[in-house]
Design a protein around this ligand. Structure first.
Ligand code: PEP
Ligand code: MN
Length: 337
């Protein structure tokens, strides 16, 4: 249920609405606009429906949210949410590029790539320390040592760092070293992990599961917001289809659909989406044209030596060229880089 207050509602009236909702065992989520205050009422639908919300002084309207997701819905927050990763804002007029290697492999590898992507125009550094691999015999990541290297790379470049969390037990240590949590495609419906990151102070980038619908993605994001963390970005990274030529099928339909359905920023990862180096730039440009707020692009200085995803990583000079072209497309669609 969404309550919209009258334009002249006083602070006392708003507080009274909040107190009443709490008294009924429900949870108020307050969103303040320029003129009105919107209060989302969270709790069991049948309980909420019984309550005389419209009778509380200061309430102008009470609208049921018929969609299964509420806090992520545009009805709850009309304006686009801005998510801060370190000192970088995602969701505003500027398109943000996150880049770096798939996995953190060594100090030399990470610092060299971090310097390259920074110079080319990336504003957030990515790198996996805990890696979700299909095979238990593949490289699993450097773990805490990898996190320390990411923090070192942030010192060197000034770029804030995003890294994947796979397990709730790692949250505390990742929080010590990173600026943003990534929940990967394979964990999009790991609900205990979603609840745990929902209680974190760090922003979260939630990647779409490879067999998940847009609605599934929004429901998973709802888990994070419902625990109090509203700093969430959604990431389209390709889904499984019958097509085998490419690694996944990048569902760019999801970009305008998500922008309409939710106030959360939308990120596109063309690297995992298509999985073939030579085609990553085309999909990155298409993503910006479709309205993406940010891109995540894997870069490696020696892809044939990479411990994961070498076949899809751009070389630093290819990334530099891509950034130039992303700028042109961003400007063509009324954004900046
Ligand atoms: C990654 O970003 O390296 C990754 C593992 O992504 P995804 O979860 O989308 O497969
Ligand atoms: Mn990867």
């Amino acid at each position: 249920m969404i309550i919209v207050t009258k334009p002249g509602a006083t602070e006392e009236q708003i507080q009274h609405i909040v107190d009443r909702i709490k008294e009924w065992g429900l949870r108020p989520e307050v969103s303040r606009g320029a003129v009105r205050v919107v209060i989302g009422v969270v709790g069991p639908e049948d309980v909420i429906r019984e309550k005389p919300l419209a009778a509380i002084p200061g309430v102008e309207s009470v609208t049921p949210v018929l969609k299964p997701y509420k806090l992520v819905a545009h009805e709850f927050r009309q304006t686009a949410s801005l998510v801060k990763v370190g000192n970088v804002t995602v969701g505003g007029p500027q398109v943000v590029i996150m880049s770096g290697p798939c996995s953190v492999e060594s100090r030399e590898q990470l610092i060299s790539i971090a310097n390259d992507v920074k110079k080319a125009g990336a504003r957030i550094l990515r790198g996996g320390a805990f890696k979700p691999r299909t095979s238990p015999y593949s490289f699993q990541g450097l773990g805490i040592d990898g996190l320390k290297l990411l923090a070192e790379a942030r010192e060197v470049t000034g770029l804030p760092v995003i890294t994947e969390i796979m397990d709730t037990k790692d949250l505390e240590v990742i929080e010590q070293y990173a600026d943003c949590l990534q929940v990967g495609a394979r964990n999009m419906q790991n609900f205990s992990l979603l609840k745990e990151v929902g209680r974190s102070k760090l922003p979260v980038m939630l990647k779409r599961g490879m067999c998940a619908t847009v609605k599934d993605l929004l429901m998973s994001a709802e888990y994070i917001l419902s625990e109090g963390n509203f700093n969430v970005m959604l990431c389209e990274r390709g889904i499984r289809t019958f097509e085998t030529y490419t690694r996944n099928t990048l569902d760019l339909n999801a970009v305008p659909v998500l922008k309409r359905e939710t106030h959360l920023p939308v990120v596109v990862d063309p690297t995992h989406g298509i999985g073939l180096r030579e085609h990553v730039p085309a999909m990155a440009l298409a993503a910006v044209a479709a309205g993406a707020d940010a891109l995540m692009v894997e870069v490696h200085n020696s892809p044939e030596m990479a411990k994961s995803d070498g076949e899809q990583a751009l070389l630093p000079n290819e990334f530099e060229d891509l950034v130039r072209r992303v700028r042109a497309v961003a400007e063509a669609v009324g954004r900046a880089l």
